[in-house]
Ligand binder design. Structure first.
Ligand SMILES: Nc1nc2c(ncn2[C@@H]2O[C@H](COP(=O)(O)OP(=O)(O)OP(=O)(O)O)[C@@H](O)[C@H]2O)c(=O)[nH]1
Ligand SMILES: [Mg+2]
Length: 469
């Protein structure tokens, strides 16, 4: 482990920490977790039995006492994990109590009175990291697993927790070392310039490493979606059926629908899941120039929702000819990811006039789907079209994706550093200069898994964890 990492951990090395590891509130069971050198001793005080020895990895039913009054607090199941074979690598005792918030608070207060302190966010995981039980990308995966909003996101986090990201990066680090070694040794023996064949070999290795990193980094677009979800916004002129499409997609009568244009006044958002990706769908006020103050405020909100969206779904009423307003709205949104849903295909006279948007002058139009919010026709196509620009087709059982912006950023920086080294090598610059980029690249890769992560970054990362984990 790096010196940087262990110096960050020094402040937390000795004390015993405690926290509620289950969510606050009433529940069947509430788990209080205790980690550190005094964990076992404190447990003995609570069960009022000095000779009581918990057997590691076994659950034991015990009465817990309030040492001040001698009264029984609860009957709890105690599980002891002996250092180093525990989550944190320290002695850990978990108390599975009845899930009463009052009782759990009471128990934690008693434990705190025995020379322990409340754990900070993610501090159990931080200790696990410090004790080499897992690396930084695995620690982040635990947080992501807990926060996962969909099955696909949970699966990605589990894979990262299993060490797949580190395994993916290891060959790149090895490759880098293979280029560093000949450069370093030629530095040492100043008289020997690197032979041309070696330069060519190193350069080829560098380019293959750059390509590999690019390949891994390119999964971020999908990975980010898996982790954070996608914001899709329904827009269109009044009465085309945006709210009807919204209700159909979320399978609930959430939005008010009437045949009066201007029904929706305020933006409305709901979550749904398509192909394992969480979608935050927003219904908006129909876009038109209106004399109504409230409606105009709604239109302002629609514009903000458009700016904020990853994908715009333009709804058009296919039972009417394409209107100038439809085209205006289309022009406003067509520079970003969008699709066109031509609604009301159950009606007589329905036409895919919107095709004109694609076939004639406005050829940026992406997918056009014919739907009916009334009959539900075309909704499978609509769902596929929503996911299409984001290439999430078989995200759930494909390879590992980069889901974390921090990792993506470090991969980009690795790539830039390698490119600058490759350019310098090409220009036959001195080995010293070429090496700078290679060492930078190695350090950036190390920051992903935590070998070279600084204190500041570590505290920033762990601040995003929940207490008790
Ligand atoms: N026949 C038919 N009618 C539809 C369909 N979708 C919506 N409608 C009707 O069209 C009218 C307007 O629907 P809304 O969903 O309120 O339209 P909107 O775009 O949200 O309208 P605003 O909120 O006013 O902008 C209602 O009378 C709906 O019942 C459809 O697929 N087929
Ligand atoms: Mg509406």
């Amino acid at each position: 482990m790096s010196a940087i990492l262990s110096s960050f951990a020094v402040s937390t090395i000795k004390d015993t920490i405690v926290a509620l590891s289950t969510p606050p509130g009433r529940s069947g069971i509430g788990v209080v977790r205790l980690s550190g050198t005094r964990a076992l001793e404190i447990s003995q005080l609570l069960v009022r039995d000095e000779v009581f020895a918990l057997e590691p990895n076994h659950a034991t039913l015990k009465k817990l006492y309030d040492p001040a009054t001698g009264k029984v607090l609860d009957h709890a199941l105690l599980t002891y994990f002996k250092s180093p074979h525990s989550f944190t690598g320290e002695d850990v005792v978990e108390f599975s109590c009845h899930g009463s918030p009052v009782l759990l608070r009471y128990l934690i207060d008693i434990i705190l009175s025995f020379d322990s302190r409340l754990a900070g966010p993610g501090e159990f995981t931080l200790r696990a990291l410090r004790n080499g039980r897992l690396n930084l990308s695995q620690a982040e995966a635990i947080r992501d697993l807990i926060n996962a909003q969909t099955k696909a996101a949970a699966q990605q986090a589990t894979r990262q927790l299993g060490g797949e990201l580190s395994a993916l990066l290891q060959p790149i680090k090895d490759g880098l070392l293979n280029t560093i070694v000949p450069l370093e040794s030629s530095l040492e023996f100043v008289e020997d310039d690197l032979p041309e064949v070696s330069i060519k070999e190193i350069s080829a290795t560098l380019f293959s490493l750059i390509n590999r990193i690019e390949e891994i980094a390119s999964t971020f677009q999908t990975g980010r979606l898996l982790r954070e979800g996608l914001k899709a916004t329904l827009v269109g002129r009044p009465n085309v059926g945006k709210s009807s499409v919204f209700n159909k997609l979320i399978a609930s009568d959430r939005a008010i629908i009437t045949d009066i244009p201007g029904t929706t006044r305020d933006s409305l958002s709901e979550m749904l899941t398509i192909e394992g990706v969480a979608i935050l769908l927003t219904d908006t006020a129909g876009l038109r120039v209106s004399a109504d103050v409230i409606e105009n405020l709604g239109v302002e909100r629609t514009k903000r929702a458009i700016a904020d969206a990853d994908l715009i779904i333009l709804v058009i009423d296919g039972s009417q000819p394409l209107m100038p307003e439809d085209i205006d709205i289309f022009k406003d949104i067509s520079s970003g990811p969008h699709l066109i849903a031509v609604n009301k295909n159950d009606l007589e006279g329905f036409r895919l006039d919107a095709l004109a948007l694609r076939e004639n002058k406005y050829n940026e139009a992406r997918a056009i789907v014919s739907i009916s919010a009334k009959s539900g026709a075309g909704f499978d196509d609509l769902r596929s079209a929503i996911m299409k620009p984001f290439n999430v087709w078989d995200a759930s059982d494909n390879g590992l994706f980069i889901t974390n912006a921090r990792h993506f950023d470090l991969l980009q920086r690795t790539q830039l550093a390698l490119r600058s080294s490759a350019d310098l090598l090409e220009a036959r610059a001195s080995e010293e200069l070429v090496l700078v980029g290679l060492y930078d690249a190695l350090r950036f890769l190390g920051e992903i898994t935590g070998e070279t992560t600084t204190d500041d970054i570590l505290s920033q990362i762990f601040a995003t964890f929940c207490i008790g984990k």
